[in-house]
Structure formats: C-alpha cells, structure tokens
Design a protein around this ligand. Structure first.
Ligand code: BES
Ligand code: ZN
Length: 458
C-alpha cells in the first residue's frame, strides 16, 4: 500500500474524536425539512455544510436559495487537468422526530452510548455526509486528490426533493460531472459490506374524505349518514387483494419482471424471513404471494398507509360521527413505473370505488421514479475493492427498498450515472425514535472512501 494512502488513513484515525465532535454539531441543528417552523435551522445547517467546504479549501462554495430549502454547491479542481469529475451528493435535512416521547435521549442532543451516536439524522444522513467530507479532508491534508470534485448538498430529500430537478436544470454547468457519488445509502450489517444497485421510487398521496358538513352526534345521525372514517377504511381495505397484490387498475403493467439470474442473486443475500422478523419485531411477515421478502423489498412495488386520522382520538370516549377522514398513502415503485401514472391509477380506483355518500380529494406529494445503477462501472469496482480492503470480504450487491429522488433526476436531466454508497445499518432506526449511528462502521466508512479515492487513480 502506498505511503500516502496510509498517511490519509492514519489522519482519519487520529482525528476520529474531532470528526465526531463536528458530527455532533451538525446533528444539533434540527433541520426537519417538512417543519414550517424550521426555516432558520435549514439555513443554519446549509451554512454549516458550506463552512465545511470552505474549511476544506473548496472553490465556488455557494448557498443557493430555492423556492424551498437552500442548496449548497462547491468545487475542487485537482492538479491533473484531464482527471475525472465526481459529484458528491448529500442531504442535510432530516425526518420529523415524532413520537418524541419514545426517544431515550432528546433527538437533537447527540448522545454517545457504547458504540452508538444517538440523534435524529445521525445515520440518515448527517453521519454519511461527514463520511464523504472527512475522507476528502484526510486526503487533502496529507496528500493530493487526483480527481475533480463537485458538491451538491440539498435540504429537501426527506420531502421528495420537490425543487431539486429545477435547480439541476438551471445549474447544469455547476453540477455536470462524469459520475455522482451518492452517500445516502447503507450496508447490510457491521460485518457485511454491500453496494446498493437499485432504489425504489415513491409516489406519495394524501386522501381526504368528507361527509357531513360538520361532526355529528353519532346517536342522532348514526345510521343515516355514511361515516367518512368507515368509507376511508373500506377504500383502503380494497387496495390489496387476498394475495397481497395492489389492486389499483394497471398498477403492475409497467413492472419489470425479475429474471432467473436476478432472483438467484437476491436469494443468496442473507435476508431470509427470520432476518426480517428479527429486525422488525413484527409477529409475522406479510406481502405479495410468490415472492421472497428480499424480492418484495428490492424489486416489487407496494402500497402503504403511512398515517390515518379521523374523529376522536383523545382519552376516554366521545360519541361522534366525524365529518372528515384522512389517510397518507404511498407507493414504492420499481422500474419502469411512472409516479404520475400511479397517481392516475389511484384516481381511477377512487372514481370506481368511492361511494356517492362522500366527497373526496386526492393530493399528490413526493413523486419520484425508481433508479438503477450500472454495476459494471469502474467506480463500482473501485468501491468494491475499497470495501474489501477495509472489511477483508467482498461486498454483496443489494437492491434497496428506500428512495433517493436525485438519482433519477441526475440521470434524466444530465444523463449522469450514480454510484451509491453510505454506511447506515438496517437497525439504525431511520425515520423512527432513537435513530443511531454505529460509530465503528462510520469510521470504516471514512476509511473505505479514502481507499475508494486512491483506487480510482489506479
Ligand atoms: N437515506 C434514505 C434512503 C435509504 C434508506 C437508503 C435506507 C438506504 C437505506 C433517504 O433519506 C430516505 O429516507 N428517503 C425517503 C425519500 C422520500 C421522501 C422521497 C424515503 O425513502 O422514504
Ligand atoms: Zn437519507
């Protein structure tokens, strides 16, 4: 191993404590993108990230305002003019913290316990964002980096990146690179590195059902007015059949089937039923008949109820016939489904099944198609080798069930491919109470990216 590579790795080890302190600073900023009260925090987090880029000596560092939250960009020109350009992507926003009462330490007071750092965003993805910045710092402080870099950090990923496509379109010359390095993914287990080769898309809806003009006494009117809560439940119940398939008309028409080789590859991953029972704590599994759990997550589309509201949910009882019921519903999509078509399919389903006793409204939130990476790229080989250098085993190739809208946006707007990495773990409690980051894996992540950058040069 070359001397410079080792110097960079040693730098990363020697500075672990400071890196962690800096990560805590970032986790302390409550940058919840969907919270209208968090505007100032979003700016503070964007500024924090821009300051890091300045400290790294990056050029053209700017914070761009958008109709939503700011985007941070920056650039590094290496001494070799014909070097490749890599776009480093991250998001500085986080998911909401509720239910707050289930957190064992406050979500924005980062707390180390044993091998973990607890806090909202510690794993998704403030920790991963720093994996990238600290690997780059370790090389730049001890050696030179022989690849050009561009940076794209957004604050709206957790709401579906609604303004990023426009930003990319309007700033093509700032963003265009040979390939994007997206740090927003994870690996299978602390002793099992993996490379993500696909992401599902997302189509997110809010379904509102209106009945009587206002809440009614359920004794005086129950039996003559159709209850919107009941209607909503019946509509939702009809969205799956007894085989666990989604019943929206045309939902599977564009779904790319898995071939035999793909199914064999997926079946080799250590993700059997027992694994899912253990990580989820559910009493039994559910899903589309005829597919393994790992296929249902990686390669089949789904429809989930994310939230339900109607009527009285306080303590004790209240005899009310609610005027209104609402559900948040989202579909995870696979190639080649189109989120706009899925919106139409849900619309058609509601037109066909909603009774005339209610009025309904369908609002569309996030809409993002699925994305695949090109596993044969040299950058994937460089990443795979880096993981092997750190873990001593070859990484598995994994299909991820989550979504990252920028991947499809870069592909469709700039024709840019992405490689996906990141060092979150399935039991990091993403989007849930007590989100945490496994610190030994985090450190290995930084070392992996250092190797990755050196491998790229070879
Ligand atoms: N980092 C996640 C995606 C992810 C989760 C990758 C688990 C690998 C493993 C990302 O920040 C995320 O949660 N995205 C949202 C996107 C949505 C709001 C469009 C998601 O998947 O729910
Ligand atoms: Zn994320």
């Amino acid at each position: 191993m070359s001397r410079s590579r080792n110097t960079a790795l040693n730098y990363a080890r020697e500075n672990h404590a400071r890196f962690l302190d800096e990560l805590k600073e970032l986790v302390r900023i409550p940058s919840v993108s969907t919270d209208p009260q968090a505007q100032e925090y979003m700016k503070a987090a964007a500024t924090w990230v821009a300051d890091q880029l300045h400290a790294l000596g990056m050029s053209h560092v700017s914070i761009f305002s958008t109709p939503g939250h700011p985007v941070v960009c920056g650039e590094y020109r290496c001494p070799l003019s014909d070097a490749k350009t890599l776009l480093v992507y991250g998001h500085y926003d986080v998911q909401p913290v509720d239910p707050l009462e289930l957190w064992q330490s406050p979500p924005f007071e980062p707390t180390v316990q044993g091998d973990y750092l607890f806090g909202r965003g510690a794993s998704d993805m403030k920790g991963q964002l720093l994996v990238g910045l600290k690997a780059i710092e370790s090389i730049l402080k001890t050696d030179q980096l022989n690849v050009h870099l561009r940076f794209l950090f957004e604050g709206e990923e957790e709401m579906g990146s609604p303004n990023l496509a426009d930003f990319i379109t309007q700033n093509q010359d700032r963003i265009r690179s040979d390939v994007a390095l997206n740090l927003d993914s994870g690996i299978l287990a602390p002793d099992f590195p993996s490379i993500t080769i696909s992401l599902r898309g997302l189509a997110y809806f809010e379904l509102r059902v209106y009945g009587p003009a206002s809440d009614l006494h359920s004794g005086t009117f129950g039996g003559v007015v159709h209850n919107p809560a009941q209607v909503l439940c019946e509509l939702i119940a009809g969205m799956h059949d007894a085989q666990g398939r989604v019943t929206l008309p045309g939902f599977y028409d564009r779904v790319r089937p898995l071939d035999r080789v793909e199914r064999e590859e997926l079946a080799r991953l250590p993700l059997n039923e027992d694994y899912f029972l253990k990580v989820t704590g559910a009493p039994a599994l559910f899903g589309e008949e005829g597919y393994l759990p790992v296929e249902r997550i990686g390669a089949r589309p789904t429809l989930e109820v994310n939230g339900l509201y109607s009527g009285f949910i306080g303590e004790g009882s209240k005899t009310v016939l609610p005027a209104y019921a609402m559900a948040k519903i989202s579909c995870r999509l696979v190639p080649d489904q189109d989120p706009r078509e899925v919106h139409q399919q849900l619309w058609d389903y509601l037109e066909a099944h909603a009774p005339r006793t209610v009025r309904w409204e369908l609002i569309q939130h996030a809409a993002s198609p699925a994305a695949m990476i090109e596993p044969d790229r040299v950058e994937v080989a460089a990443l795979s080798r880096a993981m092997e250098q750190v873990w001593g085993v070859k990484p598995a190739f994994k299909r991820e069930g989550g979504s990252i809208p920028v991947v499809a946006q870069l592909k469709s707007i700039l024709g840019m491919p992405t490689i996906l990495t990141g060092f979150g773990l399935p039991d990091d409690n993403l989007h849930a109470p007590n989100e945490r980051l496994h610190l030994p894996t985090w450190q290995r992540g930084i070392e992996t990216l250092i190797h990755f950058f050196y491998n790229l040069e070879e």
